[in-house]
Design a protein around this ligand. Structure first.
Ligand code: GDP
Ligand code: MG
Length: 164
């Protein structure tokens, strides 16, 4: 079967924006309001000549704190079952959250290859100090990206393919 990569993360971190950037079209709905990715979306994508399936696990994303964790756990379960590698997405604006740590632990426990992406790092060069807190998740080197600008997305996919 084709290599499958799933994007998991809190509502509004930028999963659908990254998904669209990678597949090259606006398939997944991007919105400021958490909860707008209507369904799980699967699309074929290509990186350096390798075809793979990409999943935006967003689904119907809840907006309340207790529901967010539940939603993320469901995303992670789907990713553990279906994907060869998971992109756990966070963002620099909101920083590291307890839900991120919970899901990181789930993925590690399952032994699922995971790459940690820190989105919304919109300026190139040295990442801001807040970036370094993401090392605390224990998933290795976080990759700074800007999904809207496309910065770091190639590095992220290189990391993903290094783990598949
Ligand atoms: P999702 O809920 O995780 O799927 O997040 P979306 O892709 O819908 O994005 C949520 C909001 O964050 C939208 O307003 C996006 O335009 C914005 N966003 C996504 N990626 C970036 C980024 O790299 N930089 C900035 N500044 N905003 C972003
Ligand atoms: Mg979405």
């Amino acid at each position: 079967r084709k290599a499958t990569v799933a994007i998991v993360g809190r509502p509004n971190v930028g999963k659908s924006t990254l998904f669209n950037k990678i597949v090259g079209t606006r398939v997944s709905i991007v919105d400021d309001t958490p909860g707008v990715t209507r369904d799980r979306i699967y699309m074929e994508a290509e990186w350096t000549g390798r075809r793979f399936m990409l999943i935006d696990t967003g689904g119907i994303e809840p907006a309340t704190d207790d529901e967010i964790l539940k939603g993320m756990r469901t995303q992670a379960e789907i990713a553990i079952e279906r994907a060869d590698c998971v992109i756990l997405m966070t963002n620099i604006h909101e920083g590291l959250t307890a839900a991120d740590a919970d899901v990181a632990a789930m993925l590690m426990k399952a032994g699922k290859p995971t790459v940690l992406a820190v989105n919304k790092v919109d300026s190139g060069g040295q990442p801001p100090m807040d970036f370094y807190e993401f090392y605390n998740l224990g998933l290795g080197d976080p990759v700074a990206i800007s999904s809207t600008h496309g910065l770091g997305v190639g590095d992220l996919l290189d990391e993903v393919f290094a783990k598949i």
